[in-house]
Design a protein around this ligand. Sequence first.
Ligand code: KIV
Length: 307
Amino acid sequence: RGVYERDTKGRIEPMKQNNVVTLAAMKARGEKISQLTCYDYSTARLMDQAGINMILVGDSLGMTMQGYSDTLPVTLEEMILYGRSVARGCRNAFVVLDMPFMSYQVSPEQALANAGRMMKETGVDGVKLEGGEGICPQIRAITAAGIPVCAHVGMTPQSYHAFGGFTVQGKGEAGAARLLKDALAVQEAGAFAVVLECVPPKLAALISRKLDIITIGIGAGGGCDGQVLVYQDMLGITEGQTPKFVKAFAQVGQQMMEAFQAYDSQVKSGVFPAPAQTYAKSDCGDEVLNRLDESQSAPLLSVCSTQ
Ligand code: KIV
């Protein structure tokens, strides 16, 4: 293809099958783009092999991996750690790493420095930050340094206190006009993609038609250029109620529970490990083991007998 990068071992490899150019071409051809969140190497490998186009190392990991009730406590160092693990698992999926709360809001300089660290220290392909018009100076600074930026408008979880909860955005004419303005602004600032979260479907479709860059919807209907879901939600691992827009494509949580229960019961009953799971062929003969048994037990017995 004429564009090359080095893999982690220093070998020169063709550019990933999914990159900013191929993703834009998918939109131009009317092909839908698949994206899932991911936070670890093993799952990233499976998603990559399954053909998922984009992987988002979302700061939703504050909830899904760390057990917080929102994304605000997640740190830059934590994002870098998770991002690095996911990047190592992806040969073809385009990996986007979320900039955590307060790692970019302060100034364009702060945003650029932190986005640079995230790129240098993880091997991801781009970063994501939340906000519309107000965050455009940051988007300009980061993209000017050659770092692909995915924006995120609509319901932006880092601002849920300001919204008064996780609520649908873009309601009414004023709300819809504001959202369209935000989406156009982030495109103009240089973003290559924008996530539309919790946006009414006709408005999301209209924004997707009006923008040249790709739109990735979550709770924004089928008119977006692509879709993203949190992987624990779509695998049926999340406990309790999930948002209306979630579809569980499997019940992996139930399967995991059954496997953990079976393991617990087999360990306790002695069924596991069976001979097939041992290194029996490497054992010494009984004669040797008996000799060892006797040589070790004699001093122990004498110690015990003095007490
Ligand atoms: O952090 C995240 O997982 C996200 C998605 C919900 C879009 O931002």
